[in-house]
Design a protein around this ligand. Structure first.
Ligand SMILES: C[S@@+](CC[C@H](N)C(=O)[O-])C[C@H]1O[C@@H](n2cnc3c(N)ncnc32)[C@H](O)[C@@H]1O
Length: 426
């Protein structure tokens, strides 16, 4: 079907000027007044594109660049031979100099906060370590094709492209034993290189129980070991846990005697450092829905009698409706299990950490968190749009955005981690 505004249909080729940058790592161009999102481009470039599809209700077009007519000074040859249009979909920004990747990501965080929360803030995306981009992942999951070969999915496709090495893997993650052999019968194989101990290789499906690894984190002069399922949630950048813990502690400034709620706590990364900082006079309540992560969190926090792990969904425990999801089955799953607040959640807290999944905390949880009256909230966000929506809900509930730091925890991809500080308004 042709776009009514431009008359362009899938397969048509046009020349456009890329003038903007969208959340999701896409260049933004206009053709006859219509928005065209183009992958693998950079603002400032003139490119020839092929229209791929029309967006919902004809609101925009999606296209792919087939020729760069006037390149940006920030364009570089992709360091990885597997990257590029129609090739590995793992890294979408390899064609951009890594320092400029950070400039574009900072623009996305700034723009989302301005558009969705009406808040103007300066944002810098800070590199982790050298910021070079390569060797920045301790965890890689490969898809396995019908012939048992491990590889990565092609950009916007279910096709699996066998590769011999992923540039982003830390040395030793995907070397011999992962990509140089077949995985017959597997659908995926993950390689995990923890900060202590040997690499773990996890083919799926497997009849075996997921092994655990030990991650050691030193931050703000304290060191903690964390047991985590090799397939469970842990930051993939080796320097991210330290940087995030130090940022959260710096933002919250925990004091002896404080009561802290660590919501979406995983295996207790923030809770362990906070339990030490608030001393036995204070208390940390860590809330996590994944039963395996909860059981690891309990073990990881064993030394702290002032730390309590509460298993369950944050929204259910606060007695607020689960966020709406599409589809009847999803709607049923979205129904709150409880409509009353759990007695395990206190009425008051001094400090709160929020580290929700990509969808964000949502209005109900933000309001419930605000009602605790905490003096500060640290919000760790992997999606700047979700952070911006929740910033608006928190502001309505009496909390102002008081600080933002963003980190390049996923170089070569459009992803960015943002940590925001909210302070209670007088
Ligand atoms: C981004 S991870 C953060 C984990 C931890 N804070 C860390 O830094 O390691 C989000 C965590 O929230 C958990 N989670 C997802 N939805 C949840 C919910 N509705 N209530 C409680 N926990 C949830 C996930 O299992 C996951 O462990």
């Amino acid at each position: 079907m042709a776009d009514p505004r431009t008359g362009l249909a899938a397969g048509a080729e046009v020349e456009v000027e890329v003038t903007g940058w969208a959340h999701g790592g896409l260049g933004v161009a206009r053709h006859d007044g219509q928005v065209v999102f183009v992958a693998h481009t950079i603002p400032g470039e003139r490119v020839r594109v092929r229209i791929r599809e029309l967006g919902p209700q004809g609101r925009y077009l999606r296209a792919e660049a087939i020729e760069v007519l006037a390149p940006s000074p920030h364009r570089v040859p992709a360091p990885c031979p597997w990257a590029g249009p129609g090739r590995c979909g793992g890294c979408d920004l390899q064609h951009i100099a890594v320092d400029h990747q950070r400039v574009l990501k900072a623009g996305v965080v700034r723009e989302q906060l301005a558009r969705l929360a009406g808040t103007e803030v300066e944002v810098t995306v800070e590199p982790l370590g050298s910021g070079a981009g390569a060797a920045s992942r301790t965890r890689i999951e490969y898809a396995v094709d019908a012939a048992g070969r491990a590889g990565l999915r092609r950009s916007r496709s279910h096709d699996i492209m066998p590769i011999d090495e992923c540039l982003l893997g830390m040395p030793g993650v995907d070397g011999p034993g992962v990509l140089d052999r077949g995985w017959p019968g597997a659908t995926s194989v993950a390689a995990v290189l923890p900060s202590t101990g040997a690499r773990v290789i996890l083919p799926e499906p497997t009849a075996l129980r997921t092994p655990t690894v030990t991650e050691r984190v030193t931050a703000a002069g304290m060191t903690h070991d964390f047991t985590v399922a090799a397939s469970g949630f842990w930051q993939i950048h080796p320097l991210a846990p330290t940087a995030f813990v130090e940022t959260v502690l710096g933002f919250l400034d925990p004091q002896p005697g404080d009561r802290v709620l660590d919501l979406y706590a995983g295996v207790g990364l923030f809770a362990a450092f906070l339990a030490e900082a608030v001393t036995p006079l204070g208390q940390v309540i860590a809330v996590e829905s994944d039963p395996q992560a909860c059981s690891h969190a309990k073990g990881n926090l064993r030394a702290y009698r002032n730390a309590l792990v509460v298993p369950g969904r944050v929204d259910d425990l606060f007695g607020v409706p689960r966020p709406k999801r599409r589809g009847a089955a999803a709607q049923r799953a979205s129904r709150p299990r409880r409509s009353v607040r759990s007695g395990l959640i206190p009425d008051r807290a001094d400090l709160v950490v929020l580290d929700p999944p990509r969808s964000g905390a949502g209005p109900g949880v933000c309001r419930a968190v605000a009602s605790l009256g905490a003096r500060r909230i640290a919000y760790v966000a992997c999606d700047p749009a979700a952070l911006a929506r929740d910033t608006a809900y928190l502001r309505e509930a009496g909390y102002a955005l008081a600080g933002v730091r963003a980190f390049d925890a996923f170089p070569m991809t459009h992803h960015v981690e943002t940590i925001a500080l909210f302070a209670r308004q007088p």
